[in-house]
Each structure stands twice: as C-alpha cells, then as structure tokens.
Design a protein around this ligand. Structure first.
Ligand code: SAH
Length: 381
C-alpha cells in the first residue's frame, strides 16, 4: 500500500502550533527540589529548628498543601519565611477540560515564565492514573505527535513535575473527581517531553515520588512508568538505578526504514539497539517492558509488520515484554488516521499468535485532546 508522506513543517501544520520561541527562565528553587537533608539545612539557614522541615514535608507530601494558611503547627512569622523562601508558585491552572463525566481531567498549567504545559488525570473504577509532562514541548519531532510539532522549549524542574503530581493528589483527596475521595495509584511520564533527556530532574522527581511519607509521596516504583522514544544510554542508566520502574518504549515500527520516519531519533538508535536496551532493562529490573505502537492507517499497521515485531521480540526471549497498540489519536493538521478496526484486530491477533501478550491501549481523553500524542499546550491569551 502507498505510504502517505507528511513531514513536520508541511503547510498542513495549523497556525496555532507555529509558535514563536518563548522566553525561558530557570524556575526558582522550591522545597520539592531538595533532598530531605537539604530541606533541613535550608530551614536552619533561615534560622529555624530542622524539625520544621519535617513539618513542611508532612504538609506537602501527606496533605498535599503548599499554602501557609494550612500550616497551623508552625508559628506565623516562620510560615511567611518558609513560604517566600521555599514555596514559590510554580504552576497556575489556566484551563481545565473534562471528559468521561468528569473522570478524565486535562489541566493546562501556566509556568512562572509564561510557558504552558499539560497534565491529564484519569480515574477508573479501581485506580487513578496521572500523566505528567517532563518538558515544555519536545525535541523528538515525531510527525504524528502534537507535542512533536511544537518543538522543544525547555526542561521542567523536579518541582515543576512534582507540583503536577501534588495537585492531582490533592484533587483526588478532596473528592473533586466524581466517585468520592481517593488516592493516586499510577503515574506515567507520558505527557509532553522526552523524560530521559531531562534525566537528572526526572530521577530526582522519581526519588521523591517513591520516598516514604512524609519525605516523599510514598508511591510504588512499580506503578511509575517512564516512556521513551528509545534513547539507549538513558535506558541503560535507568536500568542501573535499582528501582522497579516500568519502562515503555515507543516503537511504532519494527523496521528501521519506517521507524526513522515516524521516530526520527531512530537514525541515531536503531530498532535493534532500542530493543536490546529494552531487553537489558528487563534483565536488570525484572520488570516487563511495554512496547507502545500507535496504529496508523496504511502506515505501520500491516500484518507483516506485526509478524516482524513478534519475531524481533521473541528473538530476545520470552516473557519479557508486552505490546500496547494504540489507535492513533488525531492531531491538528495531520492527515494520518487510526487503523480500521479489522486491521487493528488482525495486528493484535498476529502478535498474540507469536505468543506476545498484547492489549489495546484505550484512547481516554481524545475528545478533549488529552490522549497520547495530543498534548500541545496552546496559549490561552
Ligand atoms: N517522549 C516519550 C514520552 C511521550 S509518551 C515517548 O515518546 O515515549 C506519549 C506516547 O504517545 C508515546 O508512546 C508516543 O509515541 C505516543 N503518541 C504520540 N502521538 C500519538 C498519537 N497521535 N496517537 C497515539 N499515540 C501517540
């Protein structure tokens, strides 16, 4: 079948996405950027007893509040000093969009330097998942992804990522999402950005996510997923961290010719190199790797590609991987569409025929442009 050609930068790109380069300012220091020891040191520098750091951590990581009015166990003057030295406002909600009767919420956040990012909270009957951004925009330029069309503006700081998490946890705890108060179970680095490029900051973020309360949010590393285009050195580094995080590899094609078109970084790290690194991740962590595969009509959804993928995965052993095909979500200006249902079913059946566990990823939030590949924070001014 004929391949449809579309390149980033084509005139198909809508005006809204052709944004001028933005002002970039390093975010101010925030409590959540610091390790527990650093928090205590700063509190002492401010002339207070180090145990105040633990009180602040309890407010932040257990009660999800950064509002000095809530810190009733801390004397008034100290509250003000801590607030101004350690709790600058980093994220301001600019817009929220809801779908699925309010159980899917996409928030557009304004950052301190005027940049914008998005996060998506999804509540299911038995769990709640938050998808966060790790960068403003993304430099990976995958042509089927809305964020890829934005280009890269800057990395987020650790606290800018943790603030996305805190506000979601707070919203769930306050019962703002239909279904009663609840907790956040899963966190995925699948919003804007390529997290492994912002490695130091995402690792510090993950350390704070998994640290026991009140030092951190007390999440389980198993419930945290880092998704990547396949940056081999980053995957190797992550494998060596000694944390049972889930790794997701955005593959989208089993052959280099097509993958280099869909995921341009493939010219640097090939399909085989990315798969070897993914297999190495499983060896180091025992965690089954997810392969993400957006099914694009007449582009990458051929039965022979399912067979080739099955073959390449099995060549690296059994039981180490599962595949998450996801029907392509529409993005502005793109002429690509999701595969037909029967083609999708055939693709899944073929993979299963090779013994590869395969589950179709849902497209939650697609009606509010909040699904995979649709995050492209636009200016609301
Ligand atoms: N940069 C990382 C994190 C982004 S995760 C990565 O690429 O993995 C977002 C996921 O959505 C990735 O798997 C990405 O390939 C996928 N995606 C991008 N655009 C999409 C679209 N239009 N439809 C479905 N999935 C898409």
């Amino acid at each position: 079948m004929a391949k449809i050609e579309v390149r980033p930068g084509d005139e198909t790109k809508p005006v809204a996405l052709q944004m001028a380069p933005r002002r970039v300012v390093k975010p101010p220091r925030h409590f959540a950027d610091l390790t527990p020891a650093e928090r205590a040191a700063v509190v002492e520098e401010l002339g207070h007893k180090p145990f105040r750091a633990k009180q602040l951590a309890t407010h932040y990581f257990e009660h999800f509040t950064a509002d000095p009015a809530d810190w009733t166990d801390i004397p008034g003057a100290a509250r003000e000093a801590f607030a101004s030295a350690l709790f600058p406002t980093l994220l301001t909600p600019r817009k929220t969009l809801q779908a699925d009767k309010g159980t899917t919420v996409k928030t557009l956040w304004g950052l301190h330097d005027g940049n914008r990012i998005e996060s998506v909270l999804m509540r299911y009957p038995r769990r709640a998942t938050l998808c966060i951004s790790s960068q403003v925009g993304c430099g990976m330029a995958c042509p089927f992804c809305a964020t890829g069309q934005l280009g890269f503006t800057r990395n987020l700081s650790t606290s800018e990522m943790l603030e996305q998490v805190r506000m979601a946890m707070r919203s769930l705890a306050l019962g703002e999402i239909p279904g009663g108060p609840t907790r956040l179970n899963n966190l995925v680095f699948m919003g804007e950005g390529e997290g492994l490029i912002n490695y130091k900051a995402i690792m510090a973020c993950i350390r704070a996510l998994v640290a026991d309360q009140p030092e951190g949010f007390g999440m389980s590393a198993r419930n945290i997923t880092v998704s990547t285009v396949g940056l081999v050195p980053g995957i190797k580094k992550l494998a060596a961290e000694g944390l049972p995080l889930t790794l997701a590899l955005s593959l989208h094609a089993p052959d280099d010719d097509l993958r280099s078109e869909l995921v341009p970084i493939n010219t640097r790290f090939s399909v085989d190199e990315a798969l070897d690194a993914a297999r190495g991740y499983f060896d180091a962590t025992g965690r089954r790797v997810s392969i993400e595969y957006a099914l694009i009509k007449d582009m990458n959804d051929h039965a022979w590609r399912a067979d080739l993928l099955g073959k390449k995965l099995n060549a690296r052993g059994r039981g180490w991987v599962h595949v998450n095909p996801i029907p392509l979500n529409p993005t502005p200006g793109s002429i690509w569409t999701a595969s037909d249902r029967d083609v999708e079913n055939e693709f899944v059946d073929r993979l299963r025929g090779h013994g590869i566990p395969t589950t179709i990823r849902d497209t939650r939030g697609s009606d509010i442009d909040g699904a995979c590949g649709q995050l492209a924070a636009e200016d609301d001014e």
